[in-house]
Design a protein around this ligand. Structure first.
Ligand SMILES: Cc1cc2nc3c(=O)[nH]c(=O)nc-3n(C[C@H](O)[C@H](O)[C@H](O)COP(=O)(O)OP(=O)(O)OC[C@H]3O[C@@H](n4cnc5c(N)ncnc54)[C@H](O)[C@@H]3O)c2cc1C
Ligand code: SF4
Ligand code: SF4
Ligand code: SF4
Length: 389
């Protein structure tokens, strides 16, 4: 076959092919699990191969760079960092780009809490991109918008999962001095359909429509994995692993097929910077730890170095070793394991009782941990550290 149909389940759903096709004969359709895949109208296809050229799966070595240095980072501004998932590195990058009249692309919720990439031009919009949305984000038409902005001579920052950044570079087909990119450490994405089913389930249970959702709320227990959702009159917060959606996200039985064979789950990064949670900070740099969150940042390219220098003025930073950053980061070594129940996970998704049938289980360790006040946990960690010494 002479078009994108050959990519099959290696497809990461970046939508680059859909946006590049000069005949508009590619449509992204969701399969029964709710993940996007390209469908080609072969009658209209002129076999120009542009879709294959723009597909990141066909060019796995495109824009891959090994980290030159690694840093612990946290935003100095307490108000801003509390809205970010980890130390707010990505938000600071957005801030410095917007401050020079640049354009930023990243994942945001729409009015129905579907997650899609949007373009922002004002600092007041940064909040929309802050915090992790643990579901596949729809890149929509953001690659073509970014291309247009670059052609206008604007500075652009594009943030996303490593495959989305790879998709952008394949779509553009060439380097642009005004383009900065950030890829996130990524262990996989559940389908938007699963997230919508979950929101409907929770809304039904609580008796009101959910109007906001945060996978990484720091309100109650600080930096960690607590979700918080709100309806008009109520709110609910808990540990992700004790939640029907969160548990399966962490367990990894609901990811897109490409995530289990992810070619980006290693130290050859697609972005100028790579950002993740610096989970190992308590062990290697206890004095840098903050319950407000700490990011781990890799500088992968010269442009990444330039962007990092701009961010540094607004942040506390400390150089770390690559080994330290790898602690609790399995996805920098290998893709998430495909659990045996992945085959069945989505098979009943269209049934009314689907969400009710997903069990959280006893999860004793997690429940005990969730019941202990955070300051006691931090105290215990410090004691453990002293004993180790
Ligand atoms: C699906 C997913 C899996 C992840 N897995 C890991 C992991 O295994 N280990 C780890 O250390 N970190 C992981 N992260 C990254 C981590 O959760 C934080 O997003 C990261 O540390 C950035 O934090 P921050 O405080 O710098 O960013 P913030 O200031 O909170 O900004 C959030 C950034 O994330 C982007 N973003 C949010 N949701 C999505 C999405 N669905 N798709 C694409 N981009 C998105 C936004 O565009 C924004 O740039 C994952 C993130 C996602 C979205
Ligand atoms: S080969 Fe060309 S015309 Fe055919 S689907 Fe791909 S981009 Fe479109
Ligand atoms: S990976 Fe992206 S470009 Fe390739 S087939 Fe899938 S959606 Fe199209
Ligand atoms: S695990 Fe890999 S394929 Fe899946 S969303 Fe993340 S970067 Fe993309």
């Amino acid at each position: 076959m002479d078009n994108i149909s050959i990519v099959l389940n290696k497809c990461v759903g970046c939508k680059s092919c859909e946006q590049i096709c000069p005949r508009q004969c590619i449509v992204m359709e969701t399969n029964h699990e709710g993940f996007w895949y390209p469908i080609v109208d072969n009658d209209k296809c002129v076999k120009c191969h542009l879709c294959l050229k723009a597909c990141p799966v066909m060019h796995p070595e495109n824009h891959r760079n090994e980290p030159q240095s690694a840093w612990a980072l946290r935003n100095k501004n307490d108000f801003e960092i509390m809205k970010s998932a980890s130390g707010g590195a990505s938000d600071l990058a957005a801030k410095v780009i917007l401050n020079q009249d640049g354009i930023v692309y990243g994942a945001a919720y729409d009015d129905f809490l579907a997650v899609r990439h949007i373009e922002i031009t004002q600092n007041s919009e940064r909040e929309k991109l802050q915090s992790s949305k643990y579901v596949q984000s729809d890149t929509a038409s953001c690659y073509s918008k970014a291309k247009k902005r670059l052609a206008e001579g604007r500075v652009v920052l594009f943030t996303g999962t490593p495959c989305q950044i790879a998709g952008l570079y394949s779509y553009l087909g060439k380097e642009d001095p005004n383009l900065y990119t950030i890829d996130l450490i990524c262990h996989g994405v559940p389908s938007p359909k699963f997230f919508q089913k979950y929101l409907e389930y929770q809304s039904r249970k609580i008796g009101e429509q959910i109007i906001s959702y945060n996978f990484r709320s720091k309100d109650k227990r600080g930096w960690g994995t607590q979700f918080l959702f709100k309806t008009q009159h109520k709110s609910k917060t808990n540990t992700l692993s004790l939640d029907r959606y969160g548990k399966h996200f962490i367990q990894g039985d609901c990811y897109r097929e490409s995530c289990y064979q992810c070619i980006y789950a290693n130290l050859k990064r697609t972005g100028d910077l790579t950002i993740g949670d610096f989970w190992g900070v308590f062990n290697s740099h206890p004095d840098f730890f903050s319950s407000k969150g700490v990011s781990c940042v890799f500088i992968n390219t010269l442009k990444g170095q330039v962007l990092f220098e701009m961010i540094k003025d607004f942040a506390y930073t400390e150089k770390i070793t690559l080994e330290e950053s790898l602690i609790k980061q399995g996805n920098l070594r290998q893709p998430s394991r495909r659990p045996s129940n992945r085959d069945e996970f989505y098979s009943h998704i269209d049934e009314c009782e689907y969400m009710d049938q997903l069990y959280v289980g006893l999860q004793l360790k997690e429940r005990v941990k969730a019941a202990i006040p955070v300051r006691i946990i931090h105290l215990l960690k410090r004691l453990e550290k002293i004993i180790q010494l």
